[in-house]
Ligand binder design. Structure first.
Ligand code: MF3
Ligand code: CO
Ligand code: CO
Length: 255
C-alpha cells in the first residue's frame, strides 16, 4: 500500500529532507585524498548531533555506520572504516535522517581530483538518470515511467543499471511501498498520485550490472570490480512536476 501524505506531512518531510541534504553536502565538501571513510562518518555523527536529527541508518538491521560511504567498485551500503580516499576515486555518500517523525534520504557521488574521463562520464550520467526519473514523477504517469526513464538514460550512454537494489517509498518509515526499480517497461505499475513520497536512487555501473555483497553482510560491490555511481533524492509527486524534498545547495549553515 502506497501512503499518500497530507500537505502538513509533506511540510515535515521537507524539513527532514533538507537536513539530510545539508549533511550530505557538508560531508561531500570535506572529502579529500587521505581521509578515511571512518573520519567522514565521525563527522556525520557530529553534524547530526548538532542539528538534532537521528541517523536513519545506524542500527537499521544492525547497520553500524551513521552514513553509507561507497568507494569506486562499492555500489551502495559501504560501511565506514579504515579505507583511505585517494586521488581519482569516486565516493558515493548516502545520508538518511529522521527528524520530527519523518525520514529524508539522499545520495551523491563525488569525484576526487580528476578521475578517468570514462568514470567522470559515469558520474554525470548517473546524475542525469536521477533527473530523468524525477522528471516522470507527476500525476498522469505510472511508476514504470520513472524506472524506464532511468534505464534508458543509463543504457543510451553505454552503462548498466543495478537490478538487485531499488528505490523506495519513504515517509514515517525509511522504506515504504512501492519498490522503485531503476529499469523496466514504461506505462506499467501503479499510477502516480499527488502526495506520494519516493526515494529515487539509480545505481549505475561502468561495466556489467552484476553485484555481490561482501562478507560484512552490507557492502555491495560490482562483480567485475569496475566503478559504480549512485545518486538519490527524496521527492513528492506533484500535479505537473515532482518537488525535490532534498534539494541541492540550500541551508549552507551547518551550526
Ligand atoms: N540509504 C539506503 C537507501 O537509500 C538504505 C541504507 S540502509 C543501511 O535505501 F542500513 F545500509 F544504512
Ligand atoms: Co539512501
Ligand atoms: Co533510499
Amino acid at each position: 500500500m502506497i501512503i499518500i501524505k497530507s500537505p502538513a506531512e509533506i511540510a515535515r518531510m521537507r524539513v527532514a529532507g533538507r537536513y539530510a541534504r545539508q549533511i550530505c553536502e557538508t560531508l561531500a565538501k570535506q572529502i579529500c585524498p587521505g581521509l578515511t571513510t571512518q573520519a567522514l562518518d565521525d563527522e556525520a555523527a557530529d553534524l547530526m548531533r548538532r542539528l538534532g536529527v537521528r541517523s536513519a541508518f545506524r542500527g537499521y538491521r544492525g547497520y553500524p555506520g551513521n552514513v553509507c560511504i561507497s568507494v569506486n567498485e562499492e555500489v551502495v551500503h559501504g560501511i565506514p572504516g579504515a579505507r583511505r580516499i585517494a586521488v581519482g576515486d569516486i565516493v558515493s555518500l548516502d545520508v538518511g535522517v529522521q527528524a520530527d517523525g519523518f525520514f529524508g534520504d539522499t545520495a551523491v557521488t563525488v569525484m576526487v581530483g580528476i578521475p578517468d574521463p570514462e568514470v567522470s562520464r559515469l558520474v554525470a550520467v548517473a546524475q542525469e538518470a536521477l533527473a530523468a526519473g524525477i522528471a516522470q514523477a507527476h500525476s498522469g504517469r505510472r511508476l514504470g515511467d520513472v524506472s524506464h526513464a532511468i534505464e534508458v538514460t543509463a543504457q543510451a550512454a553505454g552503462f548498466s543499471v543495478v537490478r538487485d537494489f531499488v528505490g523506495h517509498g519513504i515517509g514515517r518509515s525509511m522504506h515504504e511501498d512501492p519498490q522503485i526499480p531503476n529499469y523496466g517497461p514504461a506505462g506499467r505499475g501503479p499510477k502516480l498520485q499527488v502526495g506520494m513520497t519516493l526515494a529515487i536512487e539509480p545505481m549505475i555501473n561502468l561495466g556489467g550490472p552484476e553485484v555481490r555483497v561482501l562478507e560484512n553482510g552490507w557492502t555491495v560491490v560490482t562483480r567485475d570490480q569496475r566503478p559504480s555511481a549512485h545518486f538519490e533524492h527524496t521527492v513528492v509527486v506533484g500535479e505537473k512536476a515532482a518537488e525535490i524534498l532534498t534539494p541541492a545547495g540550500v541551508l549552507e549553515r551547518s551550526s
